[in-house]
Design a protein around this ligand. Structure first.
Ligand code: T46
Length: 154
């Protein structure tokens, strides 16, 4: 069971071609739980103190792949936090809504590649941590009171 809400790992079908390398496949509608509208990738991460992310999304869903090197991913759903090393090119990290994420400790050869459910829209970002905590707290309270009103919680 995942402690963190809005997070899962997605392992891609992968073919080992022996000395000729390895191929990992992403097919729209099969391996990614949304229609991909945007692809972006980040590289030139040679700076040891680079920090990326430090935000959450209100509606955007993404799957992130580290296709070269490695980095540390920190996740925070407003209640629980976790940190792990992302380094497998065939394993994507699904980042759902309301998930504060930041990336650090990039190896010099790091390239990360992202499939996103929508076009870039700055108003979908929550870039302030206190604002994020308020946002998820209010949302959780609303969900809890809806469940209560519908008799799901006695
Ligand atoms: C995310 C993590 C994993 C655009 O104009 N269009 C784009 O599609 C993207 C991704 C960025 N930008 C602009 C917005 C900023 O002026 O590029 C600049 C850097 O973006 P940001 O600071 O958001 O970069 P990261 O690496 O912190 O975050 C990115 C994604 O923006 C974000 O959605 O979840 O990667």
């Amino acid at each position: 069971m995942n402690l963190i809400k809005g997070f899962m790992l997605i392992e891609l079908p992968t073919i080992q071609d022996g000395i000729d390398g390895t191929i990992s496949i992403v097919e729209s509608g099969k391996h990614i739980p949304f229609n991909v509208k945007r692809v972006y990738y980040v590289y030139n991460l040679a700076n040891q103190v680079a920090i990326r992310g430090k935000h959450a999304h209100k509606k955007l869903e993404q799957v992130l792949f580290c296709i070269s090197g490695s980095f540390k991913l920190n996740l925070d759903d407003g209640e629980n936090q976790m940190e792990f090393l992302v380094y497998k090119p065939n394993v994507g990290v699904y980042l759902g809504v309301d998930l504060w994420h930041s990336m650090t400790d990039f190896s010099s050869n790091c390239i990360f590649f992202v499939l996103a459910s929508d076009y870039y829209n700055e108003s979908d970002y929550i870039r302030n941590y206190s604002e994020f905590i308020n946002y998820v707290t209010v949302k959780n309270l609303k969900t809890h009171s809806n469940h209560y009103n519908h008799g799901l919680i006695q």
